[in-house]
Design a protein. Structure first.
Length: 141
């Protein structure tokens, strides 16, 4: 049974994240290690928790939201807007865990897009731009 974001936040408060050193070569390993330490099942499910996602990243680097194959049908076949997309489902409620370039834990923070209108609009604009570009390039041929 999946945990909620609140349950994971509680566990994060109790966990000494300085003990989890970020591997410098395998970018995804720290997320898997952290999920295991928090009791989150490693799976291919769209979201990690009942109501949200856990994302680890290195400060100053981009954060991968999802692979394109998760949302291509939404864009091409169903023409879903951002509000109904898997992308929004995935990033609506995210616990971000930041690491420095040296692999040391920096901090964590939960961002709920519903409470952050400016970020919601920016991500919606990005989704629409990418969707439009994909459609233009595929249907051009």
């Amino acid at each position: 049974m999946k945990l909620t974001t609140l349950q994971v936040e509680y566990r994060l408060q109790k966990l000494d994240l300085s003990l989890l050193k970020k591997p410098l070569k395998n970018k995804g390993l720290i997320g898997q290690m952290l999920e295991k330490a928090l009791g989150i099942e490693n799976s291919s499910s769209l979201i990690d928790m009942k109501d949200g996602e856990l994302k680890c990243f290195t400060k100053g680097q981009s954060i991968c939201i999802t692979s394109l194959n998760h949302c291509l049908n939404d864009i091409l076949e169903f023409c879903l807007d951002f509000e109904k997309s898997k992308v929004l489902s995935k990033i609506k409620n995210v616990i971000y865990v930041a690491y420095g370039n040296d692999g040391k834990f920096l901090k964590w923070k939960t961002i709920n897009l519903i409470d952050n209108y400016e970020l919601y609009i920016k991500l919606e604009d990005d989704y629409n731009y990418i969707s439009d570009e994909i459609k233009k390039r595929i249907y051009k041929y």
